[in-house]
Design a protein around this ligand. Structure first.
Ligand code: PMP
Length: 305
């Protein structure tokens, strides 16, 4: 990733991709206190546009606030940095990675002279999963790792260190022959995937875990809006893993994963064992929305040029 042409926005200026470096004593590298976003830009009829930029930037600032990191730039500056990262790298579609981190000005947990740095990179990252997975769904395993408890780490923050939990769970799932992990909360209820929220369909209604230990996903919020537009009943509640086994449909949502059907959990087929009709409808609306093909919700798109 580091050895390529392009530009990365770092602390207020565009720097050549290969020179966007930080020191090995960077505080966030040692202790994990930092926060980031995963954002996507899609090609629309009016050129590339960033999907729900405002909501992602708001969440980034909320994450920094929760972690007590003082943002050195305004939201407008960070929004412009994201537009510029897509535009100046001549990208039509892009994954964007803004990150807020503590520098190498000091060391140790008690360092009191640390500066907050911000970077934004953008690159082409077409599909997180194979194109077939979007139709056929993926195999998922319930993780042996519990999702963060709300008073162990801050679950509303998209914090760097939180992703140790995600990576342990994902690596375990992949090494066990599945494609994604389902993490349960500390009481044994369904929380989320390693980097996605989860929905199930039961009796024609859409159910998703409450926002306790799972991240407040922007794709999750988008899907809830679509479901309401369609007149579907949406319930945010505690869900057990065996309810997922007997769901008519299940799917993950996330900026990277988009809307991803789940065809199997722990060796049990879910519904018909492929993308179900409600998933297909919501997935179709999602892809239309991000590409500007949906008349409603044009306010979710921020043009890059
Ligand atoms: N949960 C976790 C742990 C995540 O990392 C992500 C990806 N940001 C999500 C859920 C989905 O969030 P979003 O839809 O905002 O990408």
């Amino acid at each position: 990733m580091a050895d390529r042409d392009g530009l990365i926005w770092l602390d207020g200026e565009m720097v050549p991709w290969r020179e966007a470096k930080t020191h090995v004593l960077t505080h966030t590298l040692h202790y994990g206190l930092g926060c980031f976003e995963g954002v996507r830009a899609y090609n629309t009829a009016n050129g590339p546009a960033i999907f729900r930029l405002k909501e992602h930037t708001d969440r980034l600032f909320n994450s920094a606030h929760i972690l007590n990191m003082k943002m050195p730039f305004s939201k407008d500056v960070i929004n412009e940095a994201q537009r510029a990262a897509v535009r100046e790298n001549n990208l039509d579609e892009a994954y964007l990675r803004p990150m807020v981190f503590l520098g190498s000005e000091g060391m140790g947990l008690r360092a009191d002279n640390l500066q907050v740095h911000v970077m934004v990179a953008a690159w082409s990252w077409p599909s997180y999963m194979s194109p077939e997975a979007k139709e056929l769904g993926i195999k998922v395993r319930t993780s042996s790792y519990t999702r963060h408890h709300v008073n162990i780490t801050m679950c509303k923050a998209k914090a760097n260190g939180n992703y140790i939990n995600s990576m342990l769970a994902l690596n375990e799932a992949i090494s066990g022959g599945a494609e994604e992990a389902l993490l349960l909360d500390n009481e044994g209820y369904v929380a989320e995937g390693s980097g996605e929220n989860i929905f199930i369909v039961r009796n024609g209604e859409l159910h998703t875990p409450e926002l306790t230990s799972c991240l407040a996903g922007i794709t999750r919020a988008t899907i809830i809006d679509f479901a309401k537009d369609l007149g579907l009943v949406v319930k945010e509640r505690r869900i057990t893993r065996d309810e997922v086994y007997i769901a008519e449909e299940a799917f993950f949502t996330g900026t990277a994963a988009e809307v991803l059907p789940i065809r199997e959990l722990d060796g049990r087929q879910i519904g018909e064992g492929k993308r179900g009709p409600i998933t297909e409808k919501l997935q179709g609306m999602y892809f239309d929305a991000v590409k500007g093909k949906l008349a409603a919700h044009q306010e979710w798109l921020t043009a890059v040029r």
